[in-house]
Design a protein around this ligand. Structure first.
Ligand code: CP3
Length: 340
């Protein structure tokens, strides 16, 4: 079995497996080249292109896992919620959802699999290229992160509208989270049927919540989500910005907890106990001189103390300012230094 899948199951590996969130992106010359001819959404919707982009970092850097090129917002299309990717501000929801009436009007998707045929086709192409050498990860946004996008209309600092709705109309909030959870389950299980060998649930914005609010407004839905996923593949549960939530995220579910650099990996792992851990190099470390970057990577590997179940990653996605050569040096360093 590959080092990545073994680590997901907390089995010993010959070295610490490494892959990077957002390992395919604008920091790569080949990506920019393809992107100069197509919009981001066209790239996602052309199976041959998204497959090629998925494979770029595997071929270029020798990472231990591929992540299917797509976006967390693609699931909104079968839900009939309009969105666009703007050049300057990132994704934007055309008509943000803010009232109980607007939440009731969101349709339960009839046939998600049909609506994401392009994604499932791309997964089949990637799997045929990689066979079993390098495993492929499928992903989705977690219901809270998707809900906050729908409500705020785009990225947010304070999540004012999301929290206003959550605190003032908990029934409407539950309806929204239930609809999103149903869609995410179907979206992820369809990817498993198409061939992905692991799943990642990105709860990128959940860190804005207090532990008490996570427990009350989010965890029951996450619990249901994890129980409904196809049990044949391991699941990575990733969140950023608030280490106090990691114990609650572990209770919610997932074989691997993805942590960011604000958390101390060693302390966090001791506190979480029996679970695999993914992380947690600060993505800015790749902007440092190479020796400094390696020192920082070394500290991450050392803090895992060779415990089975560590997957090396950044604490969040690769920054667009990153040099491709630094990524290659980082991946090689992790393999060499952790070799056992
Ligand atoms: O990791 C990978 O290599 C797979 C691809 C991937 C993308 N988005 C491609 C993408 C993944 C895993 C995502 C997840 C995603 N998308 C998240 C969760 C992870 C995180 O970073 O917190 C979120 C919040 C989104 C929403 C999103 N999509 C944002 C905020 C942006 C704009 C930011 C940016 O980098 O421009 C996107 C667009 C996007 N998604 C791009 C890529 C490569 C850039 C598109 C372009 O070329 O212009």
């Amino acid at each position: 079995m590959s080092a990545f899948l073994s680590a997901c199951r907390r089995e010993p590996t010959m070295y610490t497996p490494v892959w990077l969130m957002r390992q395919a992106g604008r920091y790569q010359a080949k990506y920019r080249d393809i992107r100069s001819k197509l919009s981001f959404i066209e790239m996602c919707k052309t199976p041959e292109i998204s497959a090629e982009v998925t494979l770029l970092p595997v071929r270029q850097f020798g990472v231990d896992a591929a992540i299917q090129f797509a976006d967390i917002l693609l699931i909104l299309e079968p839900l009939e919620i309009g969105f666009e990717f703007t050049e300057k501000q990132g994704p934007r929801i055309l008509k943000p959802v803010r009232t109980a009436g607007e939440i009731d009007a969101i349709r339960e998707p009839v046939d998600i699999r049909n609506a994401i045929g392009y994604l499932l086709e791309s997964i089949r192409i990637v799997r045929a290229e990689l066979s079993d050498r390098v495993p492929l990860i499928g992903f989705a946004g977690a219901p809270f992160t998707l809900a906050s996008y729908l409500i705020e209309g785009g990225a947010s600092q304070e999540y004012v509208n999301t929290k206003r709705l959550m605190f003032s109309d908990p029934t409407a909030w539950d309806v929204l989270m239930t609809k999103l959870t149903n869609a995410v389950v179907e979206y992820l299980n369809a990817q498993v049927d198409a061939g992905v060998q692991a799943l990642q649930v990105f709860d990128s914005w959940v860190g804005c919540l207090s532990p008490a609010d996570y427990r009350k407004y989010v965890r029951p839905h996450m619990n249901r989500l994890f129980r409904a996923l196809n049990p044949s593949v391991p699941v990575i549960h990733f969140g950023t910005g608030n280490p106090a939530l990691y114990p609650l995220m572990k209770q919610a579910g997932g074989d691997v907890i993805g942590i960011d650099w604000r958390a101390d990996l060693e302390l966090q792992w001791s506190a979480l106990g029996e679970v695999a851990i993914m992380g947690n190099l600060d993505p800015s470390s790749l902007l440092a001189p190479i020796e400094e970057m390696k020192q920082r990577a070394k500290r991450v590997i050392d803090s895992a103390k060779s415990r089975p179940g560590h997957i090396f990653n950044l604490g969040h996605g690769v920054l667009p300012q990153t040099d491709e050569s630094s990524v290659k040096l980082l991946v090689d360093f992790v393999h060499e230094y952790s070799s056992r």
